[in-house]
Design a protein around this ligand. Structure first.
Ligand SMILES: Nc1ncnc2c1ncn2[C@@H]1O[C@H](COP(=O)(O)OP(=O)(O)OP(=O)(O)O)[C@@H](O)[C@H]1O
Length: 266
């Protein structure tokens, strides 16, 4: 039995087909990177995995059970820009995630439980390289540090699956490299299963174990909403040649161009 099974999965919004009949299995500990043209449904797919969206048809199974459409502790997500609470320090922001989890009504822990939460939050901030910034407020942190904080917030709940939606898209290349190392370290040490969306196909090939390409390869000019994205490539990372990379990039650019042409023709 596979850890995650994506079975005849469709997602529609009204008459618009966003995802079309996805079928995949994923084993524990895999690191899947996802690339695809803008607006083709990558974030929607992560939301289906997170459980904040539900399938129109088909299902996702997690550990042999249908994934329920509500966020679970076993899944954590990091977005490109994370909304941390501006009036709370890094430490308080991470502690708050734990307080919400352990005391959902009051979001407040006391005494020994609070001391324990504080220790765990400090350890997690240290693991992401922010031990020197525990008392800093988000506006005092650089973009890379804010994403480290977002990762700490998401990992403090000890998810088994980490969903990353272009987490480094807004960062400078040098800082991105540090973040790659951090994510690889956390993935290995915490034995996570990771799904990460990126716009950068090279990043997709550098990180992880498997690269998925989402592409809406069929477009009917009379009915542009009729087809959704499918997973057109599923490639083991590290075994693919440059020529194939270029073909994928060209295909995705063509999809973008077709969309542009349709858009302007309307
Ligand atoms: N809640 C919603 N209601 C209606 N349509 C939606 C909703 N969420 C997403 N969509 C549509 O679904 C399509 C896919 O959106 P999604 O954000 O998943 O794409 P994406 O591949 O992540 O894009 P990008 O790379 O630009 O972030 C878009 O056309 C979007 O407008």
């Amino acid at each position: 039995m596979s850890y995650i099974k994506i079975d005849k999965l469709w997602k529609r919004y009204g008459d618009t087909v966003v995802l079309e009949n996805l079928n995949k299995t994923v084993e524990r500990g895999e690191f899947i990177t996802i690339v695809g043209a803008s607006g083709c449904g990558k974030t929607t797919f992560l939301k289906l995995l997170l459980g904040t969206e539900s399938p129109s048809q088909g299902m996702i199974e997690l550990d042999g059970k249908p994934l329920v459409a509500e966020p679970g502790e076993d899944r954590g997500i990091v977005f490109q820009r994370y909304s941390v609470f501006p009036h709370m320090t890094a430490l308080e922001n991470v502690m708050l995630s734990m307080e919400f989890e352990r005391s959902p009504l009051m979001a407040r822990l006391f005494g020994g439980a609070r001391r324990q939460a504080r220790k765990k939050a400090e350890e997690m901030l240290e693991a992401v390289g922010l031990s020197h910034a525990l008392q800093k407020y988000p506006h005092e942190l650089s973009g890379g540090m804010q994403q480290r904080l977002a990762i700490a917030q998401s990992l403090i709940k000890q998810p088994r699956i980490l969903l990353l939606d272009e987490p480094f898209g807004a960062l400078d290349p040098g800082i991105r490299k540090d973040m790659h190392e951090l994510v690889i370290k956390l993935w290995r040490e915490l034995n996570l299963t990771v799904f990460m969306i990126t716009h950068d196909i090279q990043e997709g090939f550098y990180l992880g174990t498997r690269l998925w390409v989402f592409d809406k390869d069929r477009i009917d000019p009379h009915e542009p909403e009729a087809y959704g994205a499918r997973i057109t490539y599923d490639l083991p990372v590290g075994e693919t040649d440059e020529a194939l990379l270029k073909t994928i990039d060209d295909n995705l650019n063509q999809t973008e161009q077709k969309k542009e042409t349709l858009h302007h023709g309307q």
